[in-house]
Design a protein around this ligand. Structure first.
Ligand SMILES: C[S@@+](CC[C@H](N)C(=O)[O-])C[C@H]1O[C@@H](n2cnc3c(N)ncnc32)[C@H](O)[C@@H]1O
Length: 414
């Protein structure tokens, strides 16, 4: 029994980073076979050099999110696109065409004084929303969070040009965010939460078990090489994975001890970044704040391993195939934008765990139409969901978050 994804990786490459694997195996006394790790040349040789330097700075190995933080800004286009395309960026969506009126209406109906947007991109959504609000003489303070500098700059310029400079609190990164806690905040995630890159975890136990090892990436001589991250390398990154607890500095302990990865070296795309993002924001905003998360619909993992969907690229979303090929993705590093659809069950559980008492969702188009009192056509086939997390009733400084494994939806047998 394999799921298709596992089989694809197996048939492409099995790897020979024997030193690292053997060391770990000796440590755990569990070694029986090679994990299915990928080695592939990176087409963009300049980027390969940048990644190599980044490896040297980060303990000779990068986590998957560390790798993404180097290659995604490049893929967003400021190095890669033609002149004509520089006004836009590859991850841009058409959300501003549906949600500007809906958000403006929602702010007015619920009397929000503050709007915070996570992953604002080029600021199209907020520009339109503020325009609608100002035409109704409604004032709101806006905060934008965006990890990519040129996009923060685009949002800033756009809002300045439109005359909304005075309505901006901050356009910043999550680490530098300062929230005004005097009134509840409406926090919107417009196709951004699934862009927060997950960590790749696996188990070294022959008969499966809880995740105990993280898979990382080394770049050397133009080659990208997946390797197991050794405990001391993880420690260098101020992280740890022991007894099913994934620690992030002295900030978070993500408890995965109830997870059971069925087979040795099966992969779990564990959305630690998503969980940390939601938990951080829930602790910064005052009680009664609300989150609206708009993202592509995702399914629970399928097949024998607890794979929370491997990445998709914008190209594979537009095309017919569902998941991208990790080998191609690595090879074309810096040339594609990838994201990880969220497992809804895990997302909803996490929203309850961090303190919301009401979580509901609807098709994204229907939700936007409902808020603006437009009647949706019946039976529209929606590929995206809007999840509403309401009634934030506690934001105590929790450190340990228990994460239950999502159900496996179906088993593919061949
Ligand atoms: C698919 S794009 C959507 C952009 C915009 N909201 C839109 O709909 O056009 C996802 C955005 O989230 C941003 N993002 C991803 N992870 C982030 C993080 N950890 N902090 C801030 N922004 C992030 C990306 O840089 C990107 O601009």
């Amino acid at each position: 029994m394999y799921n298709n994804y596992d089989r694809k990786i197996r048939s492409h490459y099995t790897m020979d980073n024997k030193d690292n694997t053997a060391e770990l195996a000796v440590e755990n006394n569990t070694y029986t076979r090679e994990p299915n790790l990928i080695t592939v040349p990176i087409e963009n040789t300049d980027l390969a050099k940048v990644l190599e330097l980044e490896c040297a700075a980060k303990g000779e190995i990068l986590t998957f999110p560390e790798y993404a933080s180097v290659v995604i800004p490049i893929a967003y286009g400021f190095q890669g696109l033609s002149n004509d395309e520089r006004t836009s960026f590859r991850g841009k969506t058409d959300i501003h065409t549906r949600w500007s009126t809906a958000l403006a209406q929602y702010c007015i109906d619920k009397n929000y004084q503050q709007l915070l947007e996570f992953g604002c991109g080029d600021g199209s959504l907020v520009e339109n929303t503020l325009s609608i609000l100002s035409s109704k003489k409604y004032k709101i303070k806006y905060t934008g969070i965006e990890s990519i500098l040129p996009l923060r700059q685009q949002t800033e310029t756009r809002l300045k040009k439109a005359g909304f400079e005075a309505d901006v609190n901050q356009i910043t990164t999550l680490d530098n965010l300062k929230v005004d806690t005097t009134s509840p905040v409406l926090v919107v995630f417009p196709f951004s939460l699934d862009s927060v890159t997950p960590s790749i975890l696996t188990t070294s136990k022959i008969y499966g078990g809880m995740p105990d090892t993280e898979i990382g990436i080394t770049v050397k001589n133009g080659y990208l090489i997946e390797q197991l991250i050794l405990p001391n390398q993880l420690k260098f990154k101020n992280r740890g994975l022991e007894n099913g607890i994934y620690t992030v500095g002295d900030k978070w302990e993500l408890d995965l001890s109830s997870w059971d990865v069925s087979h040795q070296w099966d992969r779990v795309y564990f959305p630690s970044g998503m969980i940390e993002t939601l938990a951080t924001l829930s602790q910064l905003v005052p009680l009664n704040s609300e989150f609206i998360i708009i993202d592509e619909k995702a399914f629970n993992p399928t097949g024998r391993s607890r794979v929370i969907l491997p990445p998709r690229t914008i190209n594979t979303f537009i095309g017919t195939s569902i998941d991208c090929d990790l080998v191609d993705l690595y090879q074309q590093s810096g040339n594609t934008v990838f994201y990880h659809p969220l497992c809804n069950e895990l997302l909803h559980q996490n929203l309850f765990d961090i303190g919301f008492s009401k979580v509901s969702y609807n098709g994204e188009i229907s939700a936007a139409n409902n808020l603006t009192f437009h009647h949706s056509e019946k039976n529209i086939n929606e590929t995206c969901l809007a999840t509403f997390a309401q009634n934030l009733i506690k934001n105590q400084k929790l450190r340990r978050i228990s994460i239950q494994p999502p159900k496996i939806d179906s088993i593919i047998i061949d």
